[in-house]
Write a protein that binds this ligand. Structure first.
Ligand SMILES: NC(=O)c1ccc[n+]([C@@H]2O[C@H](COP(=O)([O-])OP(=O)(O)OC[C@H]3O[C@@H](n4cnc5c(N)ncnc54)[C@H](O)[C@@H]3O)[C@@H](O)[C@H]2O)c1
Ligand SMILES: [Zn+2]
Ligand SMILES: [Zn+2]
Length: 383
């Protein structure tokens, strides 16, 4: 039992008071967990592009004032009365995609979209019982993706935490909580890339580099990496990109460049940015019978037009969240794979910073100067 169990905790958090405003460091109050919830002390939280999109309010699942952040590792501080699978002191990752293990999707081996993920618009920013656990100066703070990890303590439904190996360094494995696993799983679980394939990954941020790593593990022979930031070439090659293309260096549309370079198109393409025009390029760059996966999250309301003949000629257009992984089944194994050096994580992390620098980390991401920033609350948190 922890000394804070059952009590309201006052702690530091980065609060997004309104759309597009810089986050503000505040002292907030965090309630104890309700029966099927877990309160977690966050030790490391990554900056994912989805947090930046949340701040900009271009996604359907944000409500202000909010505590953003969803990619994190921490330690269980206390558990609700009905929670049996977590205990104080467990090391956990918070995951934006619930895994209730009860609903048809969770029971199906073929998909990972737990029914709890389909939050109706009136429930955005609330936990599953329709209430919140955080306040600042008497004002309600809304949750983000059920996780809100830009707070030193957060309350999360038990379906959104996964217990992991205590020997694993929390700062490194925090990034398996979203971006890396999302990218990595896409060629493994969503597209099932075959050995010897030619792949193209559009966007070489954490998600795209994760996808490159997945293509390589699946035995892809040639991996094109496409990014408008020329500085991404060097790191992309360390993850397995064999051919780097910057669309700005070409007169022709980039899918035409890819079709020429491959003599007909790629077997698999992955859009890891969230831009409708790039989604079109990615399907156009596929060869007959190829597959294209949507991994990036476009702004709400954006649509894509495409030539139906692309699909008539056997191309498959697909996509998914969290790389098709089922969090409770797959995340412990990903952590073990990292411990056994089967997957790279350290190489994604460009910088670590205190939570006080959260706005700076957003700026650096948008400026293309970093791949992944990992934030901490106390300087000793990574030990
Ligand atoms: N499906 C999921 O479960 C899931 C999970 C996490 C993140 N995402 C989404 O994935 C996307 C990528 O996230 P990230 O954290 O890797 O972002 P990031 O900002 O680190 O990376 C995006 C990359 O795309 C490049 N880029 C931008 N515009 C481009 C263009 N027109 N052509 C080529 N390259 C371009 C940027 O230079 C950058 O390198 C975001 O939309 C994010 O919301 C999806
Ligand atoms: Zn479920
Ligand atoms: Zn994310």
């Amino acid at each position: 039992m922890s000394s804070t169990e059952g009590k309201v905790i006052k702690c530091k958090a980065a609060v997004a008071w309104a759309k597009d405003q810089p986050l503000s460091i505040e002292e907030i109050e965090v309630d104890p967990p309700k029966s099927r919830e877990v309160r977690v002390k966050i030790r490391a939280t990554g900056v994912c592009h989805t947090d930046v999109s949340g701040k900009r309010a271009i996604l359907p699942f944000v409500r202000f004032p909010a505590v953003l952040g969803h990619e994190a590792a921490g330690v269980v501080e206390s558990v609700g009365s009905a929670v049996t699978s977590f205990h104080v002191g467990d090391h956990v990752l918070t995951i934006f995609l619930p895994h209730c293990q009860q609903c048809p999707a969770c029971k199906s081996p073929d998909q990972n979209l737990c029914e709890k993920f389909m939050v109706p618009s009136e429930s955005v920013g609330l936990l599953f019982d329709g209430t919140t656990r955080m306040r600042c100066n008497g004002k309600t703070l809304y949750h983000f993706l059920g996780t809100s990890t830009y707070s030193e303590y957060t309350v999360v439904d038990e379906s959104q935490v996964v217990k992991v190996n205590k020997a694993a360094p929390l700062d490194k494995i925090s990034i398996l909580s979203c971006g890396v696993a999302t990218g990595y799983g896409s060629p493994i679980k969503i597209c099932k890339v075959k050995p010897g394939s030619t792949c193209a990954v559009f966007g070489l941020g954490t998600v795209g580099l994760g996808a490159v790593m997945g293509c390589r593990v699946q035995g892809a022979k040639r991996i094109f990496g496409i990014d408008i930031n020329k500085d991404k070439e060097e790191i992309a090659r360390t993850f397995g990109v064999t051919d780097f293309l910057n669309p700005n260096d070409h007169q022709k549309p980039i899918h035409e460049v890819l079709i020429e370079a491959t003599g007909g198109g790629c077997d698999f393409t992955f859009e890891c940015i969230g831009i409708p025009e790039v989604l079109q390029s990615a399907i156009n760059a596929c060869k007959t019978g190829g597959q294209s996966a949507i991994v990036g999250v476009p702004a709400e309301g954006k649509t894509v037009t495409f030539d139906p003949y692309k699909l008539l000629y056997g191309r498959v257009w697909t996509g998914g969240f969290y790389g098709g992984f089922k969090p409770k089944n797959d995340v412990p194994g990903l952590v073990d794979d990292y411990m056994q050096k089967k997957i790279m994580l350290d190489e994604f992390i460009s910088t670590t910073m205190p939570i006080d620098d959260v706005n700076k980390s957003f700026d650096l991401l948008l400026q293309g100067k970093i791949v992944k920033a990992v934030l901490y609350f106390n300087s000793g948190d990574f030990k």
